[in-house]
Design a protein around this ligand. Sequence first.
Ligand SMILES: *[C@@H]1O[C@H](CO)[C@@H](O)[C@H](O)[C@H]1NC(C)=O
Ligand SMILES: *[C@@H]1O[C@H](CO)[C@@H](O)[C@H](O)[C@H]1NC(C)=O
Ligand SMILES: *[C@@H]1O[C@H](CO)[C@@H](O)[C@H](O)[C@H]1NC(C)=O
Ligand SMILES: [Zn+2]
Length: 596
Amino acid sequence: MGPALADVSLARASKKVRDSSTPRFHAFRVLFCSLAVISLVAYKCCGFPPLQTYHLSQSWLAGHSSSEFVGSLSPDVNSTTCPQWAALHPTKHQELSEDLDAAYDSEDFKQAAIQALGDAIRVPTESYDDSGPVGEDSRWHTFAELHRVLEATFPRIYESLNVTKVNTYGLVFHWQGSTTAKPYLLTAHQDVVPVESQTIKDWKHDPYSGYYDGTWIWGRGSCDDKGDLIRQLLAIDSLLKQGFSPARTLVLAYGFDEESKGIEGAGRLARYLGQTYGRDSFALLLDEGAGYLDMGGVTFAIPSTSEKGYLDVKITVSTLGGHSSVPPSHTSIGLLSRFIAAVEDNPHETSLSRAGTAFATTQCHAVYNPMFPEDMRELARKAVTDDAALEMLRGGLLALDPIYKAMLGTTQAVDLVEGGVKVNALPERASAVVNHRIAEDSSVGELQQHLIDLLTPLALKYDLGLAAFGNNVTFGGAGQVILSDFLEGALEPSPVTPTKYGPWAILQGSIKAAFESSPTLNGSHVVVTPFLSIGNTDTKFYWHLTKHIFRFSPSFETDHYNGEHTVNEAVRATSLNEGVRFYTKFILNVDSSDLP
Ligand SMILES: *[C@@H]1O[C@H](CO)[C@@H](O)[C@H](O)[C@H]1NC(C)=O
Ligand SMILES: *[C@@H]1O[C@H](CO)[C@@H](O)[C@H](O)[C@H]1NC(C)=O
Ligand SMILES: *[C@@H]1O[C@H](CO)[C@@H](O)[C@H](O)[C@H]1NC(C)=O
Ligand SMILES: [Zn+2]
């Protein structure tokens, strides 16, 4: 996905300002592109210039001679700054795992997988920003057709697992384990972003054809997120076919409005799962997310272990109206512009905290990414203990690529403005909306306080009352400024998933096992690194269910013909059976693990 597309997405989003989540889901896909940026390589995706054109300023490199730089480690060599566990092959179920590896390479399986995904794509389960609740808005009925297709494709799953429908279209599959070990949760979403009718002519194959051309499976949802949904179900179905019965209970939960607000689907599923299984009742949760990227011959898998927070702040200035032939010095529009300028002139500071996800990701690139600037590897190593080096590393990253500004701090963008109705009438009211993505180590409250501290002096200067997020801060005679949560979409940054032990190690080992056992993925050459998402998935509803939340989709960026949320969404057919291989290893590993 390129920056141009991001612009289109946001333009589209601002047309639909009634829905606060619109900018967020687009951002999640912009993020996939950003992943490539942060990994400092796959610029084709984002139209950034090649790496070599970046030159680091001499000042912060002072004292580092090039003889200290040693190049990247092979992915097979472990490191202390980016620990890599060995591939984790399911030992308790070794034979079963090997049988399934062989099955997944068979032509029969590949054809069945292509058919299953094609059938799912052919049901246009579009998610609309203006959808009414289930039961009132008839457009949700399409999801019943998808349920019929899934039931026809996977009769074994429907016969063997307990199926619960939550809010009619949310799907929960419960596969009872033989032990009392904590259950675990796999999730995905059934809905897709709508296809804009004027773009249909630009699709090589109809967006709901599910057409297979020998390499690609075409259609909306093929990448996001029906591919994951079908890969997971294919893995479960294959395990059932082999007679596998789990020791640990597995729960699958599939929402149906991730691409809009998420409240009808994951929002209701979260409540159901909390009530049925309890708080903190799952050993781990795996949802959609970023996948694999190639960095100069080394594959990086980048499961997201945290997500930024979110807040849209509306600034409304109200003053007395009147005829503009006798105007005051400042109209509400003039005053608003001063508030906007103050916001833009005081951007949020960035920080590179050793405890943060961006630091962990940077360490992994410094150690294993052949494309990471040589002169920064040493700096990254020193930054583990040396505060001056840490500060230089922060400066270096910011200079290296603008994406680090988003990774290392809260961002702000004034995206909407309105005010004034007539050329000879003083505007009584003017407003702007500032979109924020909140840093991992900050909070909604901290951001609100930042704005109050920043804007109170201005309010006093112009004798305006300031009411911020429901509280009166100052009073004034010339008018009023109100700061509010536009559309009430505030979201705290997610909890950060631990990556030192347990579930993370099993995820990492399963990814490596999927590579080692694959005839096409080239051995164990994969480095697994934690990652911070700039956008949000359905997991924002699931924080109470487990501390161990991962967002990861087992496919390469190059397995996607043209990215998500755009024309010509298509997925490489071979990524289906490779993804099923991953889910199978993961399920068998988690099943036989002693995770608490
Ligand atoms: C389905 O639910 C029943 C009753 O709660 C339970 O005994 C059974 O083990 C469940 N089956 C599966 C596959 O989860
Ligand atoms: C803020 O001030 C206004 C006007 O003085 C008053 O009506 C309102 O109740 C106050 N709000 C709070 C939360 O104190
Ligand atoms: C695997 O290696 C072969 C030969 O070295 C190469 O042609 C192929 O592109 C590689 N595949 C991946 C997924 O890296
Ligand atoms: Zn998605």
